[in-house]
Structure formats: structure tokens, C-alpha cells
Design a protein around this ligand. Sequence first.
Ligand SMILES: [Zn+2]
Length: 210
Amino acid sequence: MNRQLPPVPRRMARLPLNKAGYVVPWFVGWVDGQPDFRVIREGGIHDALRFRLCWLCGQPRGSYATFVIGPMCAVNRVSPEPPSHRDCANYAARACPFLTTPGMRRRDSNLPDNAAEPDGIMIRRNPGVVLVWVSRNWRIRDDLSLFHFGDPVETRWYAEGRPATRAEVLASIDSGLPLLREHAEQDPRPAAALAELGRQHARALELVPA
Ligand SMILES: [Zn+2]
């Protein structure tokens, strides 16, 4: 990677680095002595909630909750991952190779046997565009599988480690919409689910940069 990485925020500076020199976030699980970015550390979600820790740096979080999400999560306002500090989240959105390089695919091979499948509608493709969503109100589903967040106090869109353009954000939302629509059509009450999706979509479009 020849792109200049943004400076590591203070709280993340004490985290270990992987072989390629990338900061290994707190939530990452280690397999055979190496960090595996696809794996969540043992008890990670539970500990992050119980001790109010930032998902990325592992240090205590304040009253603001920042989620790093793909465009589809901006529509349905859910994330499979707990919140982080704002600084840490903006850093991850700009520096994480998976989040910032649209050509990179998730690798599902060689996952440890106990790797859990995330719940909810997870779209297993690199969205190309990531959104940093800061909110004060959020809640978690009882089974700890999905985080629902409320209105943002700030949103920042990124693509390839830089601010995303309006066209990129719109394209990214459009490309995921058929999957959400398909999911709504399978709902026991499809008409209501589709109407709700329409409302969520319109609400998300208000957040697209001008
Ligand atoms: Zn943090």
C-alpha cells in the first residue's frame, strides 16, 4: 500500500501492530499468535458493553457512541459491532485496508471453526464507502447480536481513505438496496416492511453529502 496513512490517534497508539505494520484494533482475535481481522476476540462484545470500552482501542468510552458502518447500515441503522470513540472510528474508516480498498474482498476461507456468523442483514461484500456515525442514543438487542442507533449528531462518509463524493455515496446505497428490498419481501408482512424500507431509505438520503 503506497497511500499515506493518517496519524494514529493517541488511544490507539499503544495497540500492537501486525506484520504488515497495521494497528491491530482491540476487538481483533488472535489465532496461532497472529491477529485475524475477521475474528472477534473471545468475549469481545460482552466486555466492550460491560466495561463501556471502545471497540477499536479498548479504552473507556464517553457518552457519545461512534459506529463505523457501510451504507446499508445507514439505511436500517444497525451495526453488528459495538461503538467506538469518534477519533478511533475516523482513523479506522481512513486506514483500515478492508474498509478503504474497494477491490479487496472478505476472505472467508480458513476461518476458525467457532467463528460466529453475524446476525441481521449482513451484506458480505466490500461496500467501498464507509460511514462514521456519531450518536448519543443507541441500544443493543437482547441477544447482543445487533446494535440499533438513533439520529446522528455527526456523519462522515469516506471512500478509499478520503472523504467520499456524493456520487460515490449514492452509488453505494443504490447497489445495496436490492438486497434490503429482497429481505423486506420475505417479511411476514411484506407491504409494511417495504413501506418501512422506503421511509428508511429517504431518511438515509438526507445524510448524503451535498
Ligand atoms: Zn477508542
